[in-house]
Write a protein that binds this ligand. Structure first.
Ligand code: AVI
Length: 322
């Protein structure tokens, strides 16, 4: 039988693959140099990210999981019975299982991800473990909006689940655009449950993005391995150093790769040079205060109805309605 025999539907919206070569060449020609973080997540990068979520310094994932456990009954009350949960960029199945188990007789679950294969496998497993639930999968790029109208979704209130503080990886304008595009696909009475990491001490933040075991450094360096193997690059990882810095003005952790010495490099036959100390900017992870998150949500057309945090106020989950 096909791998997705257990799914109610699989809707392939054929998301265009990002143009890795074009984006790397553009980013290396720019000042300052940068590479978009979407390219972290090939198979090796995704495996490294999974390892990051278990690191002692990376409080994000375990804090959000514990919070989900604690507020499960409140979420069930807010959502009501018969909700349909939609997860853009469905990643960790641990989180969605916690949510589905907490809710009062959810009617359906729809995973949406840019990688179809991974998506089908995880939705399939979910379908086996939640036999009463209608489960569908959409292969699409959530940053371009949610197109749900043509799909056989169960009736019921739709709850978008967007955990992990993924919203923080977008710059403010793009974060607002992502939320606004979610809102377009929603109806009166629908809601979003969204995770957002909080501002805290720079030491805690910098350690979370530069762990003692070097897993985050390897995650960052994986970009170099990809450029070398996929784009005929000549970057020497020994000449680059992983850095994580807190940018207080922009309220974000930045990851960079810093040149240990001046160097020349080629990508697909084009030459670039890096001065000693020059950086390739590879990621932003914005951190929010309760006020800054509320302002973002409102600027995208949502009302913030409730927020929950762990006792140490490291991380928040927010309930938004259009
Ligand atoms: C996926 N995203 C929310 C992670 C973050 O914390 O910004 C990615 C990450 N980068 C380094 N460590 C984790």
């Amino acid at each position: 039988p096909p791998v997705h025999a257990a799914l109610d539907f699989f809707d392939d919206q054929h998301p265009p693959a990002g143009d890795f070569l074009r984006d790397v060449l553009t980013g290396l020609a720019a000042t300052p140099k940068s590479i978009p973080p979407v390219y972290f997540y090939d198979a090796a990068g995704s495996a490294l990210f999974d390892q990051i979520t278990d690191l002692p310094e990376y409080y994000v994932t375990r804090t959000e999981l514990a919070l989900l456990d604690r507020i499960g009954p409140e979420l069930a009350k807010r959502a009501g019975p018969g909700a349909v949960v939609i997860e853009p960029g469905s990643g960790s199945s641990v989180k969605i299982r916690k949510l589905l188990s907490a809710l009062d007789q959810p009617a359906g679950y729809v995973g949406l991800d840019i990688s179809g294969e991974h998506l089908i496998a995880s939705c399939d497993e979910l379908a086996r473990d939640y036999p009463g639930l209608h489960i569908g999968a959409i292969c699409a790029d959530f940053t371009t909006g949610l197109s749900l109208d043509h799909l056989p979704l169960p009736k019921g209130r739709r709850i978008l689940f967007f955990p992990g503080s993924t919203i923080g990886n977008f710059e403010p304008d793009a974060a607002r655009a992502v939320l606004a595009s979610f809102r377009k696909g929603m109806r009166e009475g629908d809601a979003i449950l969204i995770g957002a990491d909080r501002v805290k001490s720079p030491q805690t933040l910098e350690a979370a993005y530069d762990d003692a075991q070097g897993v985050t450094a390897a995650f960052n360096m994986n970009l170099i391995a990809r450029i070398n193997s996929e784009l005929d690059g000549t970057l020497d990882p020994a000449l680059l150093k992983h850095v994580s810095v807190w940018n207080a003005e922009k309220s974000r952790i930045e990851m960079h790769l810093e040149a240990r010495e001046a160097q020349q490099l080629q990508v697909a036959g084009r030459s670039f040079s890096l001065a000693k100390g020059e950086r390739l900017h590879t990621e932003n992870s914005h951190k929010f205060t309760p006020e800054s998150f509320q302002a973002l949500a409102e600027s995208a057309g949502f009302d913030l109805l409730e927020s929950w945090s762990d006792p140490a106020e490291l991380f928040s989950l927010h309930w938004l309605e259009p």
